[in-house]
Design a binder for this molecule. Structure first.
Ligand code: HAM
Length: 424
């Protein structure tokens, strides 16, 4: 049969074979965030496009090349290409600062980028995000990084399979001089830069530093350290000491400038050594101390992280790390003849109401076909209902492992089964 419709390129269906992995991972992320004092925030799937133009930046690839923009009447919307700007918008709109103190917010969100699809890179992908809004102190940076590494560790990913790369990109006070130094370096090495970097050198010179094609050239580029102002230097030094105290290993990578314009000071990524190929960043984040003000709020320092869900699943798969098995069916109800079908449905409902995972045939199949389904379903017990059972207001319970059969009254059935099934 010819396929008339396919999912849009770079956008994936999550089928029942894998959706349980997503559920497990999502549950782990929620638990993890709660254990670190975060609360969930959910924002719309799209925002006014201008929000991203102002925050992620008009010259960034994400906004200038990859954003899905929808025009409806006068309004220009964009499917969210990332999660931070919407959270900051909601923080300002709902005056979340008025609760007092730092806001720790987490989310699970789809996001959309019109990139060239490849392994680990999709046009609709998903992120686990965490944002800490309202503190400039490096304790927050250290806690966030420790939390991210603890999350990967708690999934069973060994520490040596990951590398935390850390950098600082200074602040609006000290970065312009550094940007100029990188621009000068770029001009001096212009012929050695790739076409893309040659084009963006004047507009956005720092981006040449994280271009994969230009690594050999930019290895010789000046590091930011001598350009940092006293505050940025002190922040970065304290952060590094805190990471040592917390036993969080990292590698300084002075070329990690990140592709979103809102970052200040700390930037980081966690890279996986195996399983991801070219798209090897499992997560990325950093400080964005100017963003709340840029979007119309009071000056409020903040920082956060976005973890790629698809990439995390790819790494778990590549390393052969299992997530717990999905819950299986516990009971399959079999009706012998049409006369027993209403009771079968009623009994199935009774069992479901006490939390026993139960299924039954809804297609009018023969008892033999129903028994085949019961055996294939993974259920431990089949509950058989025929005329004899109906007459006695009972059911025959067949243990599908031992094949042992027991007649149980319908009233006692839920308790009888519950006590024999493993605790879920
Ligand atoms: P980002 O580095 O653009 O940061 O994305 C974070 C993570 O999302 C990446 O490290 C990667 O794992 C995953 N990712 C990005 N693009 C794709 C794609 N096309 N397909 C699959 N996975 C992808 C941000 O989005 C920032 N909002 C992170 C942040 C939060 N910074 C501060 N707070």
């Amino acid at each position: 049969m010819e396929l008339r419709y396919r999912a849009p390129e770079g956008m994936n269906d999550v089928l029942p074979e894998t959706s349980h992995l997503w559920q497990q991972l999502e549950a782990r992320w929620r638990e993890h965030c709660h254990a670190y004092g975060y609360r969930e925030i959910r924002t719309p799937i799209m925002e006014y496009a201008e929000l991203f133009e102002r925050s992620v930046g008009e010259t960034s690839d994400i906004v200038s090349k990859e954003m899905y923009v929808l025009q409806r009447g006068e309004e220009r919307y964009a499917l969210k290409p990332e999660g931070t700007a919407p959270v900051v918008r909601a923080y300002i709109e709902h005056a979340l600062h008025s609760a007092g103190g730092v806001q720790k917010l987490y989310y699970i969100t789809p996001f959309f980028r019109g990139e060239r699809p490849q392994k680990g890179r999709y046009r609709q992908a998903h992120q686990f995000g965490a944002e800490i809004i309202g503190t400039a102190l490096p304790y927050a940076d250290a806690e966030l990084l420790a939390m991210v590494m603890h999350f990967f560790q708690s999934l069973g990913i060994p520490a040596d399979a990951l590398e935390l790369r850390l950098n600082t990109i200074g602040c609006p006070e000290c970065r312009p001089a550094y940007r100029e130094a990188v621009r000068t370096f770029g001009r001096e090495n212009f012929a050695r830069l790739c076409k893309n970097c040659q084009a963006r050198l004047e507009r956005n010179p720092l981006r040449i530093l994280d271009c994969k094609e230009c690594v050999e050239v930019t290895a010789e580029a000046p590091p930011i350290d001598p350009y940092l102002c006293d505050e940025c230097r002190a922040h970065f030094e304290t952060l590094q000491q805190l990471l040592k105290t917390l036993d969080v290993p990292y590698r300084r990578d002075f070329r990690l400038v990140r592709g979103l314009d809102y970052y200040t000071r700390t930037t980081f990524e966690v890279v996986a050594e195996q399983g991801l190929g070219a798209q090897n960043a499992l997560c990325g984040g950093g400080r964005y101390d100017g963003l709340v003000e840029e979007l119309g709020g009071a000056p409020t320092p903040a920082l956060g992280v976005g973890i790629g869900v698809e990439r995390t699943l790819l790494v778990l798969h590549a390393l052969g790390i299992p997530l717990p098995e999905p819950p299986t069916l516990e009971v399959y109800v079999v009706a012998f003849g049409d006369i027993a079908r209403p009771t079968a449905l009623q009994v199935a409902q009774q069992l479901r109401h006490v939390g026993i995972a139960t299924d039954l045939d809804l297609e009018g199949r023969s008892p033999k076909a129903q028994m085949r389904l019961a055996n294939r379903s993974g259920a431990r017990f089949a509950v058989l209902l025929g005329e004899t059972e109906l007459a006695q207001h009972a059911a025959t319970v067949k243990d599908l492992h031992t094949h042992e059969q027991t007649l149980v009254s319908q009233t006692e059935l839920p308790e009888w089964l519950r006590s024999r099934l493993p605790k879920s």
